[in-house]
Design a protein around this ligand. Structure first.
Ligand code: B16
Ligand code: MG
Length: 217
């Protein structure tokens, strides 16, 4: 029987992808690098450094220049964070979190973002989280299972009793590699390897998720 639910942030709890896109796009335009919305899809769930490497399409820069570009993108991104309010929770998320807590489940966040804590404070759900894993918590990013293992450890729940909610293929791989249940939110082409695939959490209840999961992850 699962005891904990662990959530990715971007694409699961809220859609920060649009803000990440606008920030990378501004940087790319300033630097004369072609970058489209389609290119941005590859950055879903990917760390800031890895995103920049993808944006540079194989161009190698000295580390101080990499750091400066990442800092600039982050400044642009953070300017958008002031716009986030509880209305930016994706449909069904607030109800699902409250129901899960009322049923006694432990709740955790596992995001690649170094801004994750600020985002969930703005969304008004920081108090619902028993553990917060973010871009500072571990050094191996998803698809390594490290971040999910780290959060499950903080929740004091074994991986096999932890259910991960993810919208990125790398996140599903990370959950499975960690021996956890995986619920994929989005198209099967992206999250089809999960134990359960749903379009989103709108109208989804805790019992519907539990009943759809196999006996063991
Ligand atoms: P930051 P998630 C990820 O969030 C985003 O999907 C990805 O686009 C972003 O580059 C990454 O966080 C790092 O974010 O620059 O704020 O540290 O899906 O892991 O919640
Ligand atoms: Mg995500």
């Amino acid at each position: 029987m699962p005891k904990a639910f662990v959530f990715d942030l971007d694409g699961v709890i809220t859609d920060t992808a649009e803000f990440h896109y606008r920030a990378w796009k501004r940087l790319a335009d300033e630097e004369g690098i072609p970058f489209t919305r389609e290119d941005n899809e590859q950055l879903r769930g990917v760390s800031r450094r890895q995103s920049l490497l993808l944006l540079l399409k194989g161009r190698v820069l000295p580390d101080d220049q990499m750091e400066a570009l990442m800092a600039r993108k982050n400044d642009y991104y953070r300017a958008y964070l002031s716009e986030i309010t509880p209305r930016d929770l994706l449909p069904g998320v607030g109800a699902f979190l409250r129901e899960a807590r009322a049923c006694g489940f432990k709740l955790g966040l596992a995001s690649a973002s170094k801004n994750a804590r600020d985002v969930i404070v703005k969304l008004g759900i920081a108090d619902l989280m028993d553990a917060i894993g973010d871009g500072y918590s571990v050094s191996n990013p998803k698809p390594a299972p490290d971040l999910f293992i780290w959060v499950a450890g903080r929740l004091d729940v074994p991986p096999a009793q932890t259910v991960v909610f993810e919208d990125a293929e790398a996140g599903i791989e990370a959950a499975l590699a960690g021996g956890m249940y995986a619920v994929g939110l989005g198209p099967p082409s992206r999250v089809g390897k999960a134990h359960l695939v749903l379009p989103n959490l709108d109208g989804v209840t805790v019992s519907a998720v539990l009943n759809a999961l196999p006996e063991k992850p």
